[in-house]
Design a protein around this ligand. Structure first.
Ligand code: SF4
Length: 289
């Protein structure tokens, strides 16, 4: 207990179900496949410290299929493209450990099914995010669209009834608010609209709890990889409620000057942040006076 600060750590801070599952699969792999070269295709999760720890255990990252040797490949939690999955299956002497989160897998299946049924598929998300590039690959290029906000909806789509059938889903880490805004805009048009709310409850729960914390504290810390989309979004939301909010990756990023005249400190962390990084931050805070 820190006498200077009142620390409140969100119960939802840290690994979500899908990330824990992926990291467990990677950690178990050296024992399960002794003597085989084990690699992850891209970072298994968006947390540099976890990636480094796994590398030290012999589970290193490669960035393309060309770098893979025979052995074991682990597919990351946010999935890969359909084409890449196909190429991996065609590699000789390669065992595939699929750590794609089941919720991401479900979204991929929705894109594939709705595309096959002739719907225009609209995915709410960040076009460059690996989860989204994976989702897009399950649809038909000419009838699959990625948008980030209501303004991105093509005018002709809103003003005309055609295409009359639209399926709407989202990258799992999107906010409910943007989903509601876009689905409301689409509901105003004629035609059929099928809404699949693929936003993960882990993301939602984490965001709600962090927002409550941010409102009731003097300073908010959000811990997680700078390359983690869900951590960045969590931080952006917290900063809207609490201007004294900081995004840190590790305890080494803490700056004593932030804590001048601060008493109540709220802490949350992205879904790809391990518990040990959260614990280290709490420990370091005890040394700040
Ligand atoms: S945030 Fe949700 S969808 Fe993403 S990996 Fe975690 S459990 Fe799966």
């Amino acid at each position: 207990m820190n006498a200077r600060f009142e620390l409140k750590v969100a119960g939802t801070a840290g690994f979500c179900f899908g990330v824990r599952r992926a990291v467990n699969l990677a950690e178990e792999a050296p024992q399960k496949y002794p003597g085989l070269k084990i690699r992850t295709l891209g970072p298994i999760i968006h947390n540099p410290q976890v990636v480094t720890q796994l590398t030290e255990m012999g589970v290193a990252q490669v960035n393309s299929i060309d770098e893979l040797d025979p052995g074991v490949v682990i597919i990351r939690s946010h999935g890969i493209t359909r084409q890449l999955a196909q190429q991996l299956q065609e590699q000789p002497n390669l065992t595939i450990v699929d750590a794609t989160c089941p919720f991401v897998r479900r979204a991929q299946e929705i894109v594939a099914q709705m595309s096959a049924d002739g719907y225009l598929v609209i995915i709410i998300g960040e076009p460059e995010h690996p989860e989204v590039t994976g989702l897009i690959s399950y649809g038909r290029p000419e009838t699959t669209l990625v948008i980030s906000r209501p303004d991105d909806l093509p005018e002709e789509l809103l003003s005309r009834a055609k295409p009359s059938r639209i399926a709407l889903l989202a990258q799992t880490t999107q906010t409910q608010q943007v989903y509601h805004e876009i689905s409301s805009a689409l509901l105003a048009r004629k035609g059929e609209l099928r809404c699949f709310n693929t936003i993960c409850t882990a993301t939602n729960d984490r965001q709600s709890e962090a927002l409550d914390l941010a409102e009731g504290c003097d300073l908010m810390l959000v811990i997680g990889g700078r390359n983690s989309a869900n951590t960045n979004r969590l931080f952006a939301l917290c900063r809207e409620k609490q201007t004294s909010s900081y995004h840190i990756e590790t305890a080494a990023d803490l700056r004593p000057k932030w804590f001048k005249n601060k008493r109540k400190i709220g802490i949350s962390a992205g879904a790809s942040t391990p518990q040990w990084l959260i614990d280290e931050v709490c420990q370091k805070l005890k040394t700040i006076s």
